[in-house]
Design a protein around this ligand. Structure first.
Ligand code: GAR
Length: 192
């Protein structure tokens, strides 16, 4: 199963997938490329360090969002992936991208969707005062963190939690869910 992973930041969840592939935990998964929407992300750096092909489709280089979206779509298509995984990719992709990867664009989110979508899922959950939050892996559609849910798990909010401490505990669960989801998808592909 060929996957392209998209990142905007540190890529610690991506690192867990890289490690799972390297250790043989995901024997049927190949990370064919890692891409970012800006230069200088640690996610791209760590992928290059792991010998994975990388690319940047820099959002700021395109006057129109649709042009960026077109370039990103074409770039991802060029790797002929079975799935594209948004792992901390913080840009909304447009219709062209969603149509090209209809049902095969996977996103992870640090909250129990449909609660607290958007760029600040952990902060928003803390601000609301929920006692339980969590993470979601889902098939992404054209909305913001919307689409059919594949896996979801709860994480308890502790009284002393900060956004960082809670996010770190969520990410531990998120990594496990993402790897399990990729294993499910690879198994499904293998048997079809
Ligand atoms: C992850 O928690 C991911 O769910 C979140 O960004 C973090 C990336 O961490 N994505 C979103 O909030 C998308 N709405 P990482 O760069 O350390 O893997």
């Amino acid at each position: 199963m060929r996957i392209v992973v998209l990142v905007s930041g540190t890529g610690s969840n991506l690192q867990a997938v890289i490690d799972a592939v390297a250790s043989g935990e995901l024997p049927d998964v190949q990370i064919v490329a890692v891409g970012a929407d800006k230069h200088g992300t640690y996610g791209v750096q760590r992928s290059a360090d792991a010998g994975i092909e990388t690319f940047v489709v820099n959002f700021k280089d395109y006057p129109q969002r649709s042009e960026w979206n077109h370039a990103l779509t074409e770039k991802c298509l060029s790797y002929q992936p079975d799935y594209v995984v948004s792992s901390g990719f913080m840009r909304i992709v447009g219709e062209e991208f969603i149509n090209a990867f209809d049902g095969t664009y996977i996103n992870t989110h640090p909250a129990l969707l449909p609660s607290f979508p958007g760029a600040h899922g952990v902060r928003d959950a803390l601000a609301y005062g929920v006692k339980v939050t969590g993470c979601t892996v889902h098939i992404a559609d054209a909305g913001v963190d919307t689409g059919p849910i594949l896996r979801q798990e709860a994480v308890t909010v502790l009284p002393e939690d900060t956004e960082d401490s809670l996010h770190e505990r969520i990410k531990v669960v998120e990594r496990r869910l993402l790897i399990a989801t990729l294993a499910d998808l690879a198994a499904k592909q293998h048997s079809s």
